[in-house]
Design a protein around this ligand. Structure first.
Ligand code: BG6
Length: 480
């Protein structure tokens, strides 16, 4: 076979909080995304205590997909999308997160949205939690620091999986569950387990909290898999990982060991999702560092029972590590004298993300070899400044980025034999950037007229990449 399978799932991806807006409509509660201010390129976003004047919160309106989705879905249909990946905004269903009864208006919104997609021949692929925990759970419980949040998540998962059991087949539990292990806790913003570090002083105190919260989140994920399978055995339920492969800078053996140690920070999560138990390298490291992680025998059983069917992952860039003294870099603690540095063999985006299409083929190979499960590339894309003066907007750099990645994906499938379910490029339509809160870090093939301060008509326009991707899908990836 030298072609992609006929039922390859070409699509597009977004997340509820980055597109919907309608932050306080129809019974929706505040989520952790609603208290994040706008930042900028190199300027971090802030988290405020509740919603406060005079701050600007870009997710409150986002691109108003909540009201405009019929128009957007018509464009997705024209593109030829077979699947559309989005998330359910948890606080639309459970405004506080710890209620017994769900918000019917929230459920109805997703019923209507999924119906509209299906009526247009587009299958929804749903993430249960994409950085969207109800704010109350983060404030009152400390997010997944608290094991009670496992139950609240399981109740939420059960509610939506029951309600949408005939409309959604592909589910993922937590978006990029592993990025909390990447020093994200140094930023003054939420981890995806709903934690904001305000009191822990040292790195190791923070790391111990992160591992406990991660274990709790992984138990919640396994519970959701078990619940989902009991509701509909046909469900395909996956995890969602951020795979940024890290290369050793040199052939110095210590560089190889440093890369292996950094990669273990990512594999820790997928090892548990797929193999159902805490890997030995983590147990040993916790012992050495003196972390006592609370994980009961009953919870271990849940991890074993709730393993995933596939691995969804994002791929944007690669990283490089070295122990060579003569090189400058950012020190890390994974291995003695190791530091992350810029890879001189690849270029970078305006936001400093290193562009490495071959890294996608490499990632597909190492992950498939490690687990043997189907893989789903549910995010890949190029955040760039667009020049809007031409019609259609000329975004050849985005086409180049996506084409190079699709080419490498095809090599992984056709030459290396990796099982890939589909490809959903990130930000199929312009959205609010997660990291910086900007609109101007654009990923879309559909332009949205809105700027970083919230001004703009919200009008949609096609970019050159729209016509290009339409052709890619129509030829099942032959013509890239
Ligand atoms: C992933 C997230 O980390 O990267 C998305 O799942 C995010 O939510 C995407 O938008 C791109 O990051 P950013 O910061 O450019 O929006």
């Amino acid at each position: 076979m030298n072609k992609l399978q006929k039922d390859f799932l070409w699509g597009g991806a977004v997340a509820a909080h980055q597109i919907e807006g309608a932050w306080n409509l129809a019974g929706k509660g505040l989520s952790i995304a609603d208290v994040m201010t706008s930042g900028g390129n190199g300027i971090p976003r802030q988290v405020t205590k509740g919603v406060k004047a005079p701050y600007y919160y870009p997710n409150h309106e986002a691109i108003d997909f909540y009201h405009r989705y019929p128009e957007d879905i018509a464009l997705f249909k024209e593109l030829g999308l077979k699947v559309f990946r989005t998330s359910i905004h948890w606080s639309r269903i459970f405004p506080l997160g710890d209620e017994e009864m769900p918000n019917e208006q929230g459920l109805q919104y997703y019923d209507d949205l999924f119906d509209r997609l299906l009526d247009n021949g587009i299958e929804p692929v749903i993430t249960l939690s994409h950085f969207e925990m109800p704010y109350h759970l983060a404030e009152a419980y400390g997010g997944f620091r608290d094991k009670r949040v496992i139950e609240f998540f399981a109740h939420y998962a059960e509610t939506v999986m029951k309600r949408f059991k005939d409309k959604v087949k592909y589910w993922m539990t937590f978006n990029e569950i592993n990025n909390q292990a990447d020093g994200q806790h140094d930023l003054h913003t939420w981890t995806n387990s709903g934690i904001l570090f305000e009191h822990e002083a040292t790195q190791s105190e923070k790391e111990a909290v992160i591992y406990q919260a991660s274990i709790n989140e992984l138990i919640a994920s396994a519970r959701a898999v078990m619940i989902g399978k009991s509701i509909n055995p046909e469900f395909q339920i996956g995890c969602m990982m951020a795979y940024v492969p890290v290369y050793p800078f040199s052939s110095k053996p210590e560089d190889q060991m440093a890369a292996l140690k950094v990669m273990n920070r990512r594999f820790f999560y997928s090892d548990i999702h797929v193999r159902g138990k805490v890997p030995t390298y983590a147990v040993k490291s916790w012992q050495q560092k003196g972390y006592s992680i609370d994980l009961s025998d009953e919870e271990k059983e849940v991890l074993q029972q709730g393993t995933v069917d596939f691995i969804g992952f994002s791929y944007y860039m690669s990283g490089t590590v070295t122990t060579l003294e003569k090189l400058e870099g950012q020190s890390i603690t994974d291995f003695d004298n190791s530091k992350m540095l810029t890879n001189p063999y690849v270029s970078s985006s305006d936001w400093g993300w290193q562009i490495d299409p071959v890294g996608l083929r490499y990632t597909l190979n190492i992950v498939y070899e490690r687990y043997g499960l189907p893989l789903f590339i549910v995010e890949n894309g190029f955040g760039a400044y667009d020049d809007v003066h031409e019609e259609p907007i000329q975004d050849q750099y985005r086409i180049d980025y996506l084409a190079a990645h699709i080419h490498q994906m095809k090599l992984a499938i056709i030459e290396d034999g990796v099982d890939v379910l589909g490809y959903t490029p990130w930000g199929i339509i312009d959205i609010v950037s997660f990291g910086s809160g900007e609109m101007d870090k654009r990923y879309g093939m559909i332009y949205v007229d809105k700027d970083n301060t919230g001004e703009g008509s919200l009008k949609r326009r096609k970019k050159a990449s729209f016509n290009w991707y339409q052709k890619v899908i129509a030829t099942n990836g032959e013509d890239i």
